[in-house]
Design a protein around this ligand. Sequence first.
Ligand SMILES: NC(=O)C1=CN([C@@H]2O[C@H](COP(=O)(O)OP(=O)(O)OC[C@H]3O[C@@H](n4cnc5c(N)ncnc54)[C@H](OP(=O)(O)O)[C@@H]3O)[C@@H](O)[C@H]2O)C=CC1
Ligand SMILES: O=C(O)C1=N[C@H](C(=O)O)C[C@H](O)C1
Length: 269
Amino acid sequence: MSDTPGIVVMGASGRMGQMLVREVQAHPAMRLVGAVERSGHDWVGKDIGIAMNGPAAGVYVTDDPLEAMAGAQGVIDFTTPQATIELSVIAAQARAVHVIGTTGMTDEDLAKLDAAARHAVIVRAGNMSLGVNLLTQLTKQVAAALDEEFDIEIVESHHRHKVDAPSGTALMLGEAAAEGRGLDFREAYVAARDGITGARAPGSIGFSAIRGGDIIGEHDVIFAGAGERIVLRHVASDRALFARGALKAVLWGQSQTPGHYSMLDVLGL
Ligand SMILES: NC(=O)C1=CN([C@@H]2O[C@H](COP(=O)(O)OP(=O)(O)OC[C@H]3O[C@@H](n4cnc5c(N)ncnc54)[C@H](OP(=O)(O)O)[C@@H]3O)[C@@H](O)[C@H]2O)C=CC1
Ligand SMILES: O=C(O)C1=N[C@H](C(=O)O)C[C@H](O)C1
């Protein structure tokens, strides 16, 4: 039995899933021990390496997360809210670190994750990159330094396949801005302006979402004042960025006590 943690990748055929499989396989301090896809997916039963048009990996895709988690110390999960919530119960039973990149969670979903995190380590972030997590801190700082004369707007752009809006990253940035300015995020939140909206409400935080092509993920936090504008921007040009953050999180989680953590905890920001 090896000392390196055994890692399961949930949603292994997805855009992030495939990236995660490659990164886990290439990492010297972890082993790929499982790959999960939804029931009915045509990769189920196949060797994950072959399914990804590469050499055999000796790991067969299963639709049974419980089976995949046997002997695993961590699971990395970039899927859907429903799949993530179901998996959180299984990961907690297995006492495995559950790293969650899935976005589009409701408050009810988050409460279920809090419950699972009483028994196991969960690390969840709408964006796993160092750059975006640093940007949340900068956003909080700038929002605190500027008064309400500077309107805060967040613009995000993603590929045509993305199903949720605003993005998880945009919400993280919005929450950081609200915190910096001492606003209640829910009260400040304004999305999807259309028609005769009336003038901008003072103290609001606006969100705009662009969807198209193969954009990996771009975020602007705009502080718009009279005669000047400050724009904080993050551009992701490679999904490996998110996968590497997730790998860092699953290793970090091995030495933590149960709880619901964020990438700020992992990165010490
Ligand atoms: N936090 C971060 O840093 C990042 C977060 N994300 C988020 O990650 C999520 C996934 O993104 P992306 O990879 O682009 O999406 P994809 O649709 O490409 O991948 C999701 C995968 O999950 C699979 N899946 C769905 N239900 C289940 C289930 N019950 N069991 C196992 N697998 C399941 C899907 O299968 P099928 O297609 O057959 O339904 C699909 O293969 C999104 O929420 C996205 O916003 C993305 C990038 C970075
Ligand atoms: O769906 C994506 O692709 C991404 N989702 C995350 C989000 O919702 O912010 C992170 C990244 O921007 C890519």
